[in-house]
Design a protein around this ligand. Structure first.
Ligand code: PSU
Ligand code: MN
Length: 303
C-alpha cells in the first residue's frame, strides 16, 4: 500500500508527534456541493479544524495516489475537474481508482479506511450514507465501515433522503455507539430534531473523547458515530425540509436523472425551494462539525 500513499508533511509531523489530526472527506466537494462554493466550504472546514487546535487532513485519490491532507491547490484542482472524471470512491472503489491511476473522491467509508491506515482517529463530515427509503437492501457501505473500522465520525445525522429509523437499526446491528452531541434525538441534517431516541447524549467533546478512548481500551474494531445537530439559528423546520426533498426527488425522477447526478440535482432544487436556507444550513453544519471534531481530537490527545 505504501507506494500509493502520499501523506502531507504537516499531517505526518502531527501524527508522528501525537498531535490532533481530523480527517475530512472529498465526496462532499465533488458530488455533494455545487461549484465554486464547494471549494470555499472545504477550506472553511479546514480552518475550523485548525481553530480547534487540530490539523486537517482532507482525503482523495489523486492520479492513483491515496492523498492524506490535500493542499489548497489540490482541493481546487479536484473541484474543477469536469463532472464524470472523478470517481466517487467507497470501499469497493478504492482499489480500482488506485490501480487505474484515477482521480477519486472519498466517501465516509473510504475516508475512514484511509484515516485508519495512517492513524487518524477522528473525522468530520455533513451526512453519512444509510438505508434508502422503500429499498431496505440499499444500505450504504458507510454503515458497514462504521462497524469494522475504529474511527469516530462527527456528522449531523444520515443524509436527509434516507430511512432514518432503519439506518439506526443497521448501526445497532453493526455495533456502533450512536451518540447525540447536546441532543437526545437523532438530528436529520437540515433539521435539528427527529423523534428517534439515541443511545447516549453527551454534552461535551471530552465525553466523546472518553467513549472513543474506552472503545480502544477494549480493542473495539468499530467506529463511534457522533451526531451534532445543525446550529439552531440555521436549522430548517423538518416539515419544510421534508416537503422540499420530496418534491426535488420526484422532479429528479421525472427528469430521468440518475446515479451520481441525483445528489447535486436534489440539493440544488432543495436550495431553490427553501430560498437558499438549505444551503446556509448545510454550510453551517459542516463547519460546526469540523470544529467539534477538532476539539474531540484535541481532547483525545490529552487523555
Ligand atoms: N451527504 C450529503 N451529500 C453527499 C454525501 C453525504 O448530503 O454527497 C456523500 C458522503 O460522502 C457519503 C456518501 O459517504 O454520500 C454516501 O454514499 P452512498 O449512499 O452511495 O454510500
Ligand atoms: Mn447506495
Amino acid at each position: 500500500m505504501h507506494k500509493h500513499l502520499n501523506v502531507n508533511p504537516e499531517v505526518k509531523r502531527a501524527l508522528d508527534d501525537r498531535r490532533p489530526v481530523v480527517a475530512l472527506e472529498s465526496t462532499l466537494i465533488t458530488h455533494g456541493l455545487p461549484y465554486p462554493t464547494n471549494i470555499d466550504i472545504a477550506l472553511q472546514m479546514e480552518s475550523a479544524v485548525r481553530e480547534s487546535g487540530a490539523v486537517p487532513a482532507t482525503m482523495a485519490v489523486l492520479d492513483g495516489a491515496v492523498t492524506v491532507g490535500m493542499t489548497e491547490d489540490q482541493i481546487r484542482d479536484l473541484a474543477e475537474r469536469p463532472a464524470g472524471t472523478v470517481r466517487k470512491c467507497s470501499r469497493r472503489d478504492l482499489p480500482i481508482a488506485i490501480a487505474n491511476r484515477e482521480y477519486g473522491a472519498t466517501t465516509v467509508a473510504a475516508t475512514m479506511i484511509v484515516a485508519n491506515m495512517v492513524g487518524i482517529n477522528v473525522f468530520a463530515t455533513g451526512g453519512i450514507g444509510g438505508v434508502h427509503r422503500g429499498q431496505p437492501h440499499d444500505v450504504s457501505a458507510d454503515l458497514i465501515e462504521l462497524g469494522r473500522t475504529p474511527v469516530a465520525v462527527v456528522c449531523s445525522g444520515p443524509k436527509s433522503i434516507l430511512d432514518l429509523a432503519l439506518t439506526l437499526e443497521v448501526l445497532e446491528t453493526q455495533g456502533v455507539p450512536v451518540l447525540g452531541f447536546r441532543t437526545d434525538v437523532l438530528p436529520s441534517f437540515y433539521s435539528s430534531h427527529t423523534d428517534l431516541q439515541l443511545d447516549q447524549r453527551i454534552d461535551s467533546t471530552v465525553e466523546a473523547a472518553r467513549i472513543i478512548a474506552a472503545a480502544r481500551s477494549i480493542g473495539a474494531q468499530h467506529g463511534v458515530l457522533i451526531n451534532a445537530p445543525v446550529p439552531e439559528e440555521h436549522a430548517l423546520d423538518i416539515g419544510i425540509a421534508e416537503a422540499a426533498i420530496e418534491q426535488a426527488t420526484a422532479e429528479a425522477e421525472e427528469a430521468g436523472i440518475s446515479g451520481k447526478d441525483i445528489t447535486p440535482f436534489v440539493l440544488e432544487r432543495v436550495s431553490k425551494l427553501t430560498d437558499g436556507k438549505s444551503r446556509v444550513a448545510n454550510t453551517a453544519l459542516l463547519i460546526n462539525n469540523a470544529r467539534i471534531a477538532g476539539k474531540i481530537a484535541a481532547d483525545l490527545c490529552q487523555l
